[in-house]
Design a protein around this ligand. Structure first.
Ligand SMILES: [Zn+2]
Length: 282
């Protein structure tokens, strides 16, 4: 009881002190801050900002290709996607966009989505907010100049991003942050058949698949990958379309004092890769 009274008294004193200092102190320059409570924990009412995968009904997935557009490989990929009736999302690097605006125009015409992957592919999580903001803004502008539309999705290179950066990417740019749950590590060039088998093994309904349209073996892997995804009944849509299909996850079973039997397979399980500053993918 005494502690509570003491706390209440302290709070009142603090308020009085604050209001006094507010009256007497000389005005301080305004600090640019879009969210006055950045440390506040996200409540369930707040919209989700970051996605590794999406819970959907039906065999929908999102194929995503990073680090382009590439002068020759991206058009080849667009041919393959068209032949297989697959839609993809391209997380583009701004400095490649200015060299290949027509490729982006074609991608949009053919129903694909263009999203922001920074200007020069740095590790944003290790940069100052100002420098990171310039990377994002320049690319946002380059995409707008190429296709006349601003992107609404952002993928930080290497999946590296701080909580504060996520906040302003969402609040100031309106971005949702897209990571991935399927990573074939194609940038290590393990061979086309390995890329295909990794994607096939890990992909489930609602997956966001990461690959890179700047590596020739990745392109070589795509015909077989698309064929087999198709055979398994998967349909690739853009990330924005996949997000729009999100359905609530079924409630998790309550903890029971008796040990529950472990199912042989758990199709609902979602692999969430750790978002660290050294994730090699993306
Ligand atoms: Zn990347």
């Amino acid at each position: 009881m005494f502690v509570r009274q003491l706390l209440a008294f302290s709070s009142v004193s603090l308020l009085i002190l604050q209001s006094l200092s507010g009256q007497n102190a000389s005005p301080t320059p305004p600090v640019e801050r879009s969210n006055p409570w950045p440390a506040a924990a996200a409540s369930p009412a707040q919209p989700q900002i970051t996605f590794n995968s999406v819970h959907v009904d039906g065999h929908y997935i999102a194929l995503t290709f990073d680090d382009g557009p590439h002068k020759t490989l991206t058009p080849k990929l667009l041919d393959l996607l068209a032949a297989h009736h697959m839609k993809a999302t391209f997380f583009v690097v701004g400095q490649c966009v200015v060299d290949n605006p027509d490729i982006l125009k074609r991608a949009v015409r053919e129903g694909h989505e263009i999203a922001n992957h920074s200007w020069s592919h740095p590790n944003l999580g290790k940069m100052s907010d100002e420098a990171a903001r310039r990377e994002v803004q320049k690319t946002d502008d380059a995409i707008f100049a190429a296709i006349g539309k601003r992107p609404t999705l952002m993928r930080p290179p290497y999946g590296s991003i701080t909580a504060r950066q996520k906040r302003w990417l969402h609040d100031d740019f309106g971005y949702r942050i897209i990571i991935w749950d399927v990573d074939p590590l194609d940038w290590k060039r393990p061979g086309p058949s390995v890329v295909t088998s990794r994607i096939l093994k890990e992909t489930h309904a609602g997956s966001i698949v990461l690959a890179h349209d700047i590596h020739p073996p990745t392109l070589e892997a795509m015909p077989a990958t698309f064929d087999q995804l198709d055979r398994k009944g998967f349909k690739s849509v853009t990330v924005t379309e996949l997000l729009a299909m999100a359905t609530p996850e079924p409630p998790k079973p309550k903890a029971s004092p008796r040990p529950a039997a472990i199912p042989a397979a758990s199709p609902g399980a979602i692999y969430v890769p750790p978002v660290t500053t050294s994730t090699p993918g993306g």
